[in-house]
Design a protein around this ligand. Structure first.
Ligand code: NAD
Length: 114
């Protein structure tokens, strides 16, 4: 267990790859563990594996956030390679913390599908 955990209470947290395996579970854990948190998730929902799995995860997050009235969740379907989008997110959402979990398993695939 870390002895220097960051206090995320009331913070703006940007999570990329939020519909992915790790990202979606992180969002759920943060909603459950932090009383009041603002989470912005970005994911391009690419079809590297079945998109329905990612949509299911987003549905689970929507269900969870309803139980936490002091927290906010917003999802943007978009790519972290979209400079304009990322600039807008940083200017408007002003994240305190960024967790970058957007990822492509295959190097060749990542070049062909930014
Ligand atoms: N799954 C594991 O056991 C594990 C273990 C250790 C580390 N990791 C690392 O954690 C990270 C996430 O892994 P995961 O298992 O959640 O993978 P995942 O494929 O389930 O999730 C990655 C997500 O990123 C999204 N994405 C890809 N390119 C994007 C882009 N340009 N813009 C926005 N979104 C984009 C995908 O749509 C996907 O939903 C990876 O870096 C992986 O190497 C995973």
């Amino acid at each position: 267990m870390l002895d220097k955990n960051i206090n995320l209470e009331g913070k703006n947290v940007l999570i990329t790859g939020a519909a992915g395996f790790i990202g979606s579970n992180l969002v759920l854990e943060l909603l459950k563990k932090i009383d009041s948190i603002n989470i912005l998730g970005i994911d391009n929902l690419n079809d590297y594996y079945d998109v329905r799995i990612k949509e299911y995860r987003l549905d689970e997050i929507e269900k969870e956030v309803k139980k936490h009235s002091k927290s906010n969740w917003k999802f943007i379907k978009g790519s972290i390679a979209d400079r304009e989008l990322i600039d807008k997110v940083f200017n408007e959402f002003k994240p305190d913390v960024v967790v970058n979990l957007a990822a492509q398993a295959g190097v060749r695939y990542s070049i062909l599908n930014p």
